[in-house]
Design a protein. Structure first.
Lengths: 738, 231
């Protein structure tokens, strides 16, 4: 053995994260003691992060197919058909643990990793999104984390030149010690030029390209599979360092090579680096791989085989090429100034053999390595059903307009401009709808088509009721896509939960899968990719269940989208959807009473379908001058957002029904849209809704400089805008007491 | 019009500029790799936006020394119109073809937003299709766009009509703090050389090239180039 490795003692085994009967199981597979490298390899392959051992059983229940699906879960990213030979490739992935420890690099490499998952499949990345959850604003680390994460996301995406077009951000004390950074990337490919990761064929060169391998990120996957404690900061060295410049070169070099017919298979080196890429590619191709680490480009001298196989150095890819075509490929990578090295061959032995300095350091069966990870059906208990609360139980405010202004000035509803102005969202010259609306729209370059994209989840709903909350998250993405005029196609899910070893947390996970499944089936809106991040807890205190959903849709003609900005004086605004004044888990309740009680608003999937179809038709017919879906904060917040986006006031029509007025203005009932239109067709739109058995009423008229409601003092738009824009910049500048 | 776009490793607006040039000229734009030693015969040269060489030393500093730049400099001195956008403007300052420097934004943050520019000089190959004093909407996206120069240079620029674009308030058309996205001295968004053949600006005209992208106010930068070549 070439390196001075520790002996395989019970302590060393435990440090590698093996629990319960996992190590005896490894001994049984090998029929002997593992070498130190073999122990390391199995430890990452069996980590929760790589093996999905707690979640796999449940994830299998999700609907993953449909006529639009070209590739579902199991590859680097999902692929859906956009027609005319175009395909969208997309996925969302978490980088939670590293971002908490080192926010700039953690977030930056999260963006880099998800882009590699997308261009690995032959797609040019065209849009990035992100879903961020931070702790309470007055927590001492929050400002530092927001600053670092936002700079990291911008620093990476801006440099690579892919627009960051959308996302969401929450502040909640439950994330004080476990922030969530979920990055999503959408790419465009041709359906006949999609690349996969199966290393099919024997005697083929295994090629390493990109950056050199260093000691960074060793055991990152294992870190991401454990809870935090007070010593987590000591894990900083396991956070990788990103180099967006190299990523940009790698994208261009890979896409240039992909235009030839040299590549048989390709995969990025993400979590668990060389270990997982070699074993997964070999397993999918039904071959063995013989690796010689002496040929791996190395950043530092004296690295051991263990360090090289477990490094998570960024901006690296592994390819299987047609034999004899290496010079062609090498010329392209050298033109872009990137390393290119043949580091092994595929074999017919079915074994992963790792050589270093003449010695064999690992000799493992590929199928066992890839497929023998433990599969746990962990014990779980269902989340108790929360009680419905009646609107009357939540006190009314003195005046709804003054209340609106207060709500818009809070961290929950204030403008996120300070964040998205740090992201280049117009590079590539195809951004049709920018951040700040319901969904972003990016044109398919050189065509009239577009992709709409959004990501959403409301964690307080999911905490109260994981089934309904997750259903709501799926539906909200679907509605956001609908509100810009897109046909929703498919989703990616990023399941962020606390420790699965606690039955109540496992129960949240099971509930979330159930809710997602129901919504996806009803809406024909399958899951094509995803990521699970467990163990988001510190000293036994976990995050709320946060199944972030990323949805994409097809826009057939980018000149016919809708946005939320009011445009014409005199237009009427029609509310479509059922009003029930649901205040349980509403932001109104949280902001005005400081409480978070009751059940989340129920979702009626049949009504969602009807309302969505109607809205898309109206947009397609050019009848809607502005559209907005209703979510956080309800009707009045939605109207205010439309008024502010268009810089046009609204005369609000008083509510004359039987529900308490504040529940109507602030209730978060689902399945609702606001549609602005010419006054002559407002009644026609309401009638079309009623024909579908959907309630509809006219709620206001566009005009004036503010929001006006009979019996209350009107509020000027300038003032409302100032209130809504003020909080985040002031907080980040340290101007607010904390 | 034969237009060349210089592509550095890390350029990321090269395609966007190509699209704009080709839409205006109806002819393919030549994409010239930084490692080339000379340019083909061209009427206009564009240095695009991006992060050339990762902007790792100082924005534009390494690109200014790349192999192709020797010929770009000699063509520029020979009178070929040169347009530097964003990172391209930084490169032009680093080569000395334009005076001054682009510092880190005053906010110390990257900024991506629409800005309103007043056209201060129409006698350049890239602004002849605008009206003097016109206010146009063109977006910025940069971390280092804070134009700065010494007082003498500033006097010279202001005194000889070499400030080409200035950040202003859209309502009043006057330079304001709010209208200035990066803290640039005198709200300068773009300048030209003494012969008014070389123009650099931080905003991205190619991103407001058609109404679908929010505005087509940037289109006339490229139409001006076409007109100047035809003239």
């Amino acid at each position: 053995m070439s390196a001075n490795y520790p002996a395989i003692t019970p302590e060393v085994v435990a440090q590698h994260g093996f629990k319960g009967d996992e190590f005896p199981r490894l001994l049984e597979i090998l029929g002997r003691q593992p070498t130190f490298l073999e122990l390391g390899i199995f430890s990452v392959m069996w980590s929760e992060h790589c093996s999905y051992k707690s979640s796999r059983f449940w994830l299998r229940q999700l609907p993953t197919s449909g006529p639009q699906v070209i590739q579902g879960p199991g590859e680097n990213a999902g692929v859906v058909d956009l027609g005319d030979g175009d395909a969208a490739v997309f996925k969302m992935e978490s980088h939670n643990h590293p971002s908490y420890i080192e926010p700039y690099q953690g977030a930056a490499t999260g963006v880099g990793g998800i882009m590699r998952d997308v261009f690995t499949m032959g797609a040019r990345p065209v849009a990035n999104l992100n879903a961020l959850r931070f702790g309470a604003p007055d927590h001492p680390k929050t400002r530092h984390l927001v600053s670092g994460v936002v700079r990291g996301i911008g620093g990476y995406g801006n440099c690579v030149g892919v627009p960051t077009v959308g996302g969401e951000t929450n502040f909640d004390p439950a994330y004080n010690n476990n922030i969530l950074v979920n990055a999503m990337c959408v790419g465009l490919a041709r359906t006949d030029k999609i690349f996969y990761s199966a290393a099919k064929g024997v005697g083929l060169p295994v090629v390493y390209v990109g950056s050199k391998t260093g000691r960074d990120g060793i055991h990152g996957a294992t870190m991401a599979s454990a809870e935090f404690d007070d010593k987590s900061a000591e894990k900083r060295p396991t956070v990788q360092v990103g180099d967006p410049f190299t990523e940009k070169l790698l994208i261009e070099a890979c896409l240039e090579l992909m235009a030839t017919d040299v590549i048989i298979a390709i995969q990025d080196m993400g979590a668990a680096g060389l270990t997982s890429s070699t074993s997964e590619m070999a397993d999918k191709g039904g071959v063995g791989i013989d690796l010689d680490l002496d040929h791996v480009p190395q950043r530092e001298a004296g690295m051991t085989a263990y360090e090289m196989m477990l490094s998570e150095s960024q901006e690296r890819m592994l390819m299987i090429l047609k034999p004899g075509r290496e010079p062609e490929a090498e010329a392209i990578f050298h033109k872009w100034g990137l390393d290119f090295a043949v580091i092994g061959r595929t074999t017919d032995t079915g074994r992963l053999i790792v050589r270093h300095k003449g010695a064999i350091e690992a000799d493992l069966p590929v199928d066992k390595l890839a497929n023998s990870a433990p599969l746990y059906q962990r014990p779980w208990v269902p989340t108790p059903t929360p009680k419905l609360i009646l609107p009357e139980w939540v006190p009314a405010p003195d005046g709804v307009l003054a209340c609106l202004e207060r709500m818009l000035a809070t961290p929950h509803l204030c403008s996120r401009r300070w964040i998205w102005e740090q992201y280049d969202h117009t590079v590539m010259g195809d951004t049709i709808q920018r951040p700040g609306g319901d969904a972003a729209v990016v044109r398919v370059h050189g065509t009239r088509k577009g992709i709409a994209a959004t990501c959403d989840v409301t964690p307080r709903y999911c905490l109260a009721d994981p089934v309904m909350g997750t259903k709501q998250a799926v539906v909200e993405t679907w509605r956001n896509l609908t509100a810009v005029g897109a046909e929703p196609l498919a989703i990616t899910d990023n399941m962020n939960f606390a420790s699965p070893e606690r039955p109540e947390i496992m129960g949240q996970f099971v509930g979330a899968v159930e809710g997602m499944k129901e919504a996806c089936l009803a809406l024909s809106y399958p899951v094509v990719s995803g990521n699970v991040s467990l163990y988001n807890e510190t000293n036994g205190k976990g995050i709320p269940p946060t199944p972030a959903i990323g949805g994409i849709g097809l826009v057939r003609d980018v000149s016919k989208t809708a946005d939320l900005a009011l445009k014409h004086d005199g237009d009427l605004i029609v509310l479509v959807g059922r009003e029930q004044g649901h205040l349980g888990q509403s932001l109104y309740q949280l902001i005005e009473t400081g409480r978070n009680e009751g059940a989340p608003p129920p979702v009626d999937l049949a009504e969602e379908l009807k309302a969505g179809t109607l809205v898309r038709s109206l947009i397609g017919e050019g009848k809607a001058t502005a559209v907005h879906d209703l979510s956080d904060g309800g009707l009045l917040v939605g109207l205010a957002e439309m008024a502010l986006a268009g810089d046009m006031g609204v005369e609000l029509f008083p509510y004359e029904g039987r529900l308490p007025a504040h529940a109507v203005w602030f209730g978060e009932d689902q399945g609702r849209y606001l549609i602005a239109c010419a006054p002559s067709i407002a009644e026609e739109i309401a009638e079309r809704a009623r024909l579908l058995a959907l309630p509809a009423r006219i709620v206001g008229r566009v005009g004036g400089h503010g929001l006006a409601l009979k019996g209350e003092s009107p509020i000027d738009l300038f003032r409302l805008r100032t209130s809504r824009e003020a909080w985040l910049p002031a907080y980040m500048a340290g101007e607010l007491a904390s | 019009m034969r237009a060349a776009v210089i592509v550095f490793p890390g350029s990321n607006c090269d395609r966007d500029v190509k699209v704009a040039l080709e839409a205006v000229t109806g002819k393919p734009a030549m994409m010239v790799w930084h490692g080339e030693t000379s340019l083909p015969p061209v009427d206009v040269i564009v240095l695009p936006g991006g992060f050339s060489y990762g902007d790792y030393l100082r924005c534009g500093a390494m690109a200014a020394h790349s192999r192709i730049m020797a010929d770009v400099v000699s063509r520029a001195k020979g009178g070929t119109p040169v347009l530097g956008i964003c990172n391209g403007f930084q490169v032009l300052c680093e080569t000395g073809l334009l005076p001054g420097v682009l510092q880190r934004n005053a906010s110390l943050r990257f900024v991506c937003r629409d800005t309103w520019l007043r056209i201060e000089q129409t006698e350049t190959p890239f602004t002849s299709a605008y009206r003097m004093g016109e206010i146009v909407n063109i977006p910025v996206a940069h971390g280092d766009g804070n134009y700065f120069c010494d007082e003498d240079t500033l006097d010279r620029l202001e005194g000889s009509g070499r400030v080409v674009f200035r950040y202003v308030d859209p309502e009043t058309g006057e330079p304001t703090l709010e209208g200035n996205p990066n803290g640039a001295i005198n709200n300068i968004a773009g300048i030209c050389d003494g012969k008014r053949r070389i123009v650099g600006l931080m905003p991205h005209p190619e991103r407001h090239f058609e109404k679908l992208l929010g505005s087509d106010d940037g289109r006339r930068v490229f139409e001006s180039a076409l007109r100047s070549v035809a003239a």
